[in-house]
Structures are given as C-alpha cells and as structure tokens.
Design a binder for this molecule. Structure first.
Ligand code: LP5
Ligand code: MN
Length: 242
C-alpha cells in the first residue's frame, strides 16, 4: 500500500535528463501503487492543452499508460501550469483537483496544495495570480495563436526570474501564520505542498494539536518523491542516472 506525491518537475524538452527520470519513475515505481498525486509545476510552462508537441505527447502517454493500468492519478495546478485543462485530463485520465483539497491519507486527513497560495507576503505575486486566474483573461489568452502565447509565456518567465532576484527568501517562502490559518480552517493536522523547492518536514501546532507540514522537493538535480504508506511518509530522492 503506497501513495506517491511529486511536484515541481518543471518538465521541458530542454531537460531530457529530468524527462528520462520521470518516464522511468512512471513505468516502474508508480506502477501498482494506490495513487499518484502531482502537486503542480509538472511542466516548466503550460500555455494551453492545444500545445500538442511530440514532447507533450510523450508525457501525456506516460500518464495514460499509468491510469489505464489502474493507478488513479490526480493533479493540482502549479503557478507554471495553471492552464492545464479538461482536454489534458481527458487525454491522460488524470483527475484535476481543486487548489486546496483534503484527502484521507491512510486515515489522516491531509491538505494537499501547490503552495503558492500560502506565500501571502509576496503581494506582487498574489496580485499577478489573481489576474492570470481570471476566467475572462484566460479566455482572451486562449484566443491568441499558439506562437503568441508561447512568446508571452517566455516574457512572463523572464519577467518573473528578474523580479525574483529582488525578493527576499522570507517573501518567497510560505507565511507561517497562513499555514496555521488554512490548516485550522480545514481542520487538518497534516499538509503536503511544493512550490518553494525547500524539501523538509516541519512540526507545528494547530489549535493546540501537533501538526506537520511536508514540503516536496524539485526535480532540478535529481528526482524527488514523497512515499506514503500506512506506516508514515518519507521524502526520498531518485538519481537521474539509473
Ligand atoms: O515561477 P517562478 O519560480 O519564476 O516564480 C514564481 C512566481 N512567478 C510566476 C510567473 C511564472 O513563472 C510565469 C509562468 C508563465 C505561464 C504561462 C503563461 C500564462 C499566461 C496566462 C495569461 C492568462 O508564477 C513569482 C513568485 C515566485 O514563484 C515565488 O513564489 O515570486 O511571482 C512573480 O514573479 C510575480 C511578479 O511579482 C509579477 C509577474 C511578472 C510577470 C511579468 C510579465 C511581463 C510580460 C507580459 C507580457 C504580456
Ligand atoms: Mn511553483
């Protein structure tokens, strides 16, 4: 009995090493498990489900094979791939979950999310987020031809990298008070998220009870997987070279 959680792979055709590690993960250890949860930023950037490049087909087919084999797969949007939609879901069999979802993880109610919504001190990002999550703005964006969307996406990426250099580490991390607030509101003592690329297990207190926040790692230098069984959860890494 195993449930796996991954996030922040930032898959792109420019990083065949990450892609190879991910495809191996999908065809080996993800087989036969209870469920696979992808908590956002699966892709470096997603500009619409109609971007059907051979690279995207390869990734989608890995999910299709896994879901066809009987493994339920779930996805929560990240800040890089919040435009993944119904067509992706239909093509892969992956179920899209709301941005804050509580799951029963072997008897422990667990809040799963990407993590960007917890970075409330990053006001610039939260303002930006509101705009790009606006349905009308997205509708307008999807009217544009793929190549324009690609160019806008690249501009936004470089704009983001530039502004990130001016932000402190504290601003780009989750706000501790917001973590407690969200957990208390949803009445959970366990949270799993990604986004900050700071893999760790943090002990905290929520409503006077012991709680924990598990942070998933990114896939820049190696694969990163949270392995959960009825006995507990463990953060593990996977080498790019088999
Ligand atoms: O992603 P990362 O790690 O660099 O930083 C994130 C936050 N940045 C983002 C922006 C994404 O990287 C861009 C993704 C493109 C998606 C595809 C296009 C979709 C278009 C949709 C239109 C409907 O998420 C960053 C956080 C950081 O995490 C840590 O949490 O700080 O936030 C920002 O950088 C936000 C900035 O403060 C403002 C955004 C600058 C964008 C500049 C746009 C200029 C070009 C516009 C061209 C039309
Ligand atoms: Mn992210």
């Amino acid at each position: 009995m195993t449930t796996l959680f991954i996030s922040d792979l930032h898959l792109s055709a420019d990083r065949p090493d990450i892609t190879a590690c991910f495809l191996r993960f999908m065809s080996t250890e993800a087989r036969g498990i209870d469920a696979l949860y992808v908590l956002g930023d699966l892709f470096e950037m997603w500009i619409g489900d109609d971007d059907d490049s051979p690279f995207h087909q390869q990734i989608k087919s890995a999910f299709r094979q896994l879901t066809d084999s009987g493994v339920p797969c779930y996805f929560i949007h990240g800040n890089r791939d919040f435009l993944i939609g119904k067509r992706f879901s239909q093509e892969t069999g992956v179920e899209l979950l709301p941005e804050h979802t509580v799951v029963d993880l072997y008897g422990t109610p667990t809040l799963i999310l990407h993590g960007d919504t917890l970075c409330t001190l990053d006001e610039g990002y939260q303002r930006y987020r509101k705009k790009v999550h606006n349905r009308f703005i997205q509708w307008l964006f999807f009217r544009l031809p793929l190549r324009y969307r690609q160019r806008i996406g690249e501009k936004m990426r470089s704009g983001s990298s530039q502004t990130n250099q001016t932000k402190s580490q504290a601003i780009m991390d989750v706000t501790p008070g917001e973590v407690v607030h969200v957990m208390a509101e949803l009445e959970v003592n366990q949270m799993i998220h990604g986004h900050t690329h700071r893999p760790d297990v943090h002990a905290l207190s929520v409503n006077g009870q012991d709680a924990r926040r598990i942070v998933l790692g990114d896939w820049y230098d190696h694969g990163s997987v949270l392995v959960c069984t009825p006995q507990g959860c463990q953060l593990e890494t996977r080498d790019f070279q088999p």
